[in-house]
Design a binder for this molecule. Structure first.
Ligand SMILES: [Cu+2]
Length: 227
């Protein structure tokens, strides 16, 4: 695995760099040619413009080159996408529930948390569902994002090879306190994770969002006058 918090960092970043690189080269090239033509072919006295008819070779070239470029962009993106959709059989399974405005992570042993705890170097399988409006589960450092929708379970998987805390954000504007949906993925050493996972006491690590989803929905609909 490469250097990065997940296996996607290298592929996503290189595709991004590739597309931005091509765009920058085209931007500079086209702008330079444009300026050059403006100067070279400006209106001169005693100069009669000429009509130009088709140029078979030129037309073939300007169709072929962009087609090849776009197909390579598609190819590199597809390689990364395939990995993203190639779900592991033996991953740690976590049910992720989004609501206005917070996340609940529920593990196979029934444990529930507001932050996502995962072991390092082990595949993690997320099953995402919303109880109200559309949300989007986004971990920028992992280069993963997936819609979270009511009545439908979306899947996402990753393996992190770097211990640490990473931001989780909701990437779909979901109401007044949308920005309150920031949370953390805590990637732990396997031994630490196992110890944490086995602990049966206090199942919720942070207490700020232990509200009933129905209540928070109702509170949002009520006009409060505050902004
Ligand atoms: Cu949200």
């Amino acid at each position: 695995m490469g250097s990065g918090a997940t296996q996607y960092v290298e592929t996503v970043d290189s595709v991004m760099l590739y597309i931005v690189g091509i765009s920058v080269v085209l931007l500079i090239g086209i702008t330079a040619v444009m300026i050059y033509f403006v100067v070279k072919y400006n209106r001169k006295k005693g100069h009669k413009p000429e009509n130009i008819h088709g140029n078979w070779l030129l037309e073939t070239i300007w169709i072929a080159i962009p087609t090849v470029l776009v197909m390579t962009m598609f190819y590199y993106s597809y390689i990364g996408y395939k990995d993203l959709r190639n779900f592991p059989e033996d991953g740690l399974e976590v049910n992720v529930t989004a609501r206005m405005w917070g996340w609940t992570f529920e593990y196979e042993n029934g444990k529930q948390t507001d932050s996502l705890y995962v072991p390092v170097n082990q595949p993690v399988m997320l099953f995402l569902e919303s109880v109200d409006v559309n949300h989007s589960f986004y971990v920028p450092a992992f280069r993963i994002k997936e819609d979270v929708i009511a009545g439908r379970v979306n899947k996402l998987h990753f393996t992190s090879d770097m211990v640490g805390d990473y931001d989780i954000a909701c990437a779909e504007y979901c109401g007044l306190k949308h920005s309150m949906m920031y949370s953390k993925v805590k990637v732990m050493e396997v031994a630490d994770f196992d110890k944490w996972y086995a602990e049966t006491d206090a199942t919720t690590d942070e207490t700020n969002i232990e509200t009933n989803p129905v209540d928070s929905t109702a509170a949002e609909i009520k006009p409060t006058g505050e902004m």
